[in-house]
Design a binder for this molecule. Structure first.
Ligand code: SAM
Length: 262
């Protein structure tokens, strides 16, 4: 039961794809396996079949399962110094081009796309500059659309920024202001299964592909390269590298920022 090549585990992944529309086959299998088995142990469940029944029948268990598989940890301006660097490049793009469209791919609960929207505000981008924000997980998208956050999500924002872009409630939460919200559109999208839109000047995909195996990662970067306009930027996570960036017609402007050459 606890072997990664166990046919019962393969069957479980197929059922998850069929019933929950979540394809875990492109994810690092040892990680998926370890996490599923941890959940089996936690619930004292003896087989994948029994656990499947549980997540299909009990919404709370299903949420827990999806949460553990996809990891939604995020915050505003995650790695602030890198966002500052990115803003330097984007400011030129906003001046140069008419319509600026960004994509936050794997946006989780919305901190990342709202960070892009705040960056656009700080750069005085025209209101036509917008952000598409997508994630696989409909539950995080619901929270993202509400735009209400606990203080811990805002650790990288000083008082001035908080006042400018959030409404602080008596219950201690912070709600993103409507003029920031209106730049962002949320949509469910699976980076492995769904087709990609095109015409972006910026794609931000951070701390998402780390869960995928190498061939899946490679395919995703190829599709990002096609989705970007010439001169557009791809911003990846702090521990991520695109080794074959030259093959994809990218130049590396910093270890985490790549520019599409043509
Ligand atoms: C750790 S969060 C990263 C959030 C944000 N990008 C950041 O860096 O702060 C990873 C997100 O990727 C999403 N995700 C996982 N697999 C995905 C897939 N196949 N397609 C789209 N999103 C996916 C998860 O639902 C989760 O919200």
């Amino acid at each position: 039961m606890f072997e990664v090549n166990d046919p019962e585990f393969g069957w479980f992944l197929q059922q998850v794809k069929k019933h929950l529309n979540l394809d875990l086959t492109g994810y690092k299998q040892h990680r998926v396996h370890r996490r599923v088995n941890m959940l089996l142990r936690r619930h004292n469940v003896e087989s994948y079949k029994e656990y499947l029944k549980m997540i299909l029948e009990d919404p709370k268990s299903r949420d827990e399962f999806l949460d553990k598989m996809t990891i939604n940890v995020t915050e505003f301006f995650r790695n602030p110094e890198k966002w500052e660097e990115l803003a330097g490049y984007i400011s030129d793009l906003i001046k140069d081009s008419g319509r600026f469209r960004a994509w936050s791919a794997g946006c989780s609960t919305g901190e990342e796309p709202y960070t892009i929207a705040i960056m656009l505000e700080e750069l005085r981008a025209p209101s036509g500059a917008t952000v598409l924000a997508t994630d696989l997980d409909p539950w995080v998208l619901e929270k993202a659309k509400r735009g209400v956050y606990e203080e811990r999500s805002l650790v990288n924002l000083d008082e001035t920024m908080r006042m400018k872009y959030f409404a602080h409630s008596e219950d201690g939460t912070y709600e993103i202001k409507p003029f920031v919200k209106s730049r962002v559109t949320f949509k469910r999208h699976d980076l492995i299964l769904d087709p990609y839109e095109k015409g972006f000047k910026l794609i931000v995909c951070r701390n998402v592909v780390i869960y995928f195996d190498e061939p899946t990662k490679k395919k995703i970067y190829e599709k990002f390269a096609e989705a970007l306009d010439t001169g557009g930027y791809l911003f990846v996570g702090s521990t991520e590298r695109i080794f074959n960036y030259r093959d994809l017609e990218f130049e590396m402007v910093s270890p985490f920022i790549y520019r599409k050459r043509r």
